[in-house]
Design a protein around this ligand. Structure first.
Ligand code: ACO
Length: 330
């Protein structure tokens, strides 16, 4: 029996904001023991944006405002704001209520979703589910990060990978637009030590020791993440396509988490899809964590690559470990 979702949803608008400051691989050569050649060949990243004083809520607000304007809606018409982030200004209050206030979205609920880089796909799925159930009409989904503030700039294993940025989508109910074919979310908590920010909360409250040990910065077993993702992602995406009753060939656009070009190429090769079907911007922005797929989606909509009627697959993976994918048409 079919479990294809077929929920009518419309992507009404998109938005994006990245800080002005560009940090190139060559700039990083002066900060840690690395080279442009190493970063380019191992990841595909050439440069990233770094916030100079702007908070995650500032980036999220700017991307969200553009998405609402693009959608042709007023802020009062938004009934839910979901912000996927791993670098909130503070754990509480969340980023989303701040954005709600800045936008003047007086009729909206607002909360953060924290699920590693996959927070974007979790937030998207929740928006689709809330719309499909009739609970919400217009949902603003944002991915926003200022990871540069919680990166250890003396650790070459992590500092070369990440960048700051925000992307947003307004998703709405109603026929005549696109359709959600499948949404699938997964987690493997047995791998929770692969990516972590160890201290500063309940398990290891801030102390002189945690500061001395640099435990308030992101720590990652990059190689373990790489192996895990290469193992689970290809068969998982096959499963999601099957659930959507679409072959890989029928997917027009593959929007991957912009973490590593080698991971993206590996999945495309295994699914026998041409590189041209993938939207890539990690060379310009690095890994912007929960924002990355929103930035890529926005860029490809605005430059005319993604068109009405196209079928889009968005997938991500991240701390937890979590992973997920959604397939929808415009
Ligand atoms: N410059 C130069 N050399 C480096 C650097 C650097 N920036 N970083 C590591 N190296 C060295 C290592 O020390 C190691 O040296 P050794 O062999 O002498 O020990 C060598 O390069 C190889 O290191 P590996 O870790 O094996 O390199 P790998 O090919 O796995 O690439 C990378 C590392 C890019 C981190 C890769 O593993 C990766 O992309 N992993 C996935 C990370 C990811 O996608 N995270 C996303 C989730 S993030 C989130 O949820 C917040």
């Amino acid at each position: 029996m079919s479990d294809r979702l077929g929920i009518p949803v419309r992507i009404l608008g998109t938005g994006k904001y990245v800080p002005e400051r560009v940090l190139s691989n060559f700039d990083l050569e002066k900060v840690v023991d690395t080279t442009d050649e190493w970063i380019t060949t191992r990841t595909g990243i050439k440069e990233r944006r770094i916030s100079e004083g702007e908070l995650t809520s500032d980036l999220a607000y700017k991307a969200g405002l553009e998405a609402i304007e693009d959608a042709g809606l007023k802020a009062e018409e938004i009934d839910m704001i979901l912000v996927a982030t791993n670098s909130p200004d503070t754990i509480f209050p969340g980023v989303a209520p701040k954005v709600q206030n800045l936008l003047g979205a007086v009729n909206a609920g607002a909360c953060d979703i924290q699920a590693g880089c996959t927070g974007c796909v979790y937030a998207l799925s929740m928006a689709f589910a809330g719309i499909g159930s009739g609970m919400w009409k217009n949902v603003l989904v944002i991915g926003a990060e200022v990871l540069s503030r919680i990166i250890d700039w003396s650790d070459r294993n992590t500092c070369v990978l990440f960048g700051d940025g925000a992307g947003a989508m307004v998703i709405s109910a109603g026929k005549g637009g696109g359709c959600l074919f499948a949404a699938e979310l997964r987690a493997d908590g047995s791998k929770s030590d692969f990516i972590k920010l160890p201290a500063g909360l309940v398990e290891r409250p801030a102390s002189h020791e945690t500061v001395d040990n640099r435990e308030h910065f992101v720590q990652m077993k990059g190689n373990e993440v790489f192996k895990f993702v290469n193992k689970v992602l290809p068969s998982f995406l096959d499963e999601v396509c099957e659930k959507a009753q679409l072959s890989s060939e029928e997917i027009d656009w593959w929007i991957f988490h912009q973490a590593n070009m080698r991971i993206i190429e590996g999945v495309l090769k295994r699914t026998k899809q041409p590189k041209e079907k993938a939207v890539i911007n990690l060379d310009k922005y690095g890994n912007t964590s929960a924002a990355s797929v929103f930035l890529a989606f926005h860029d490809a909509i605005k430059d005319g690559r993604i068109k009405k009627g196209d079928k889009v697959l968005i997938t991500s993976f991240g701390a937890g470990m979590t992973y997920g994918a959604v397939i929808f048409s415009l």
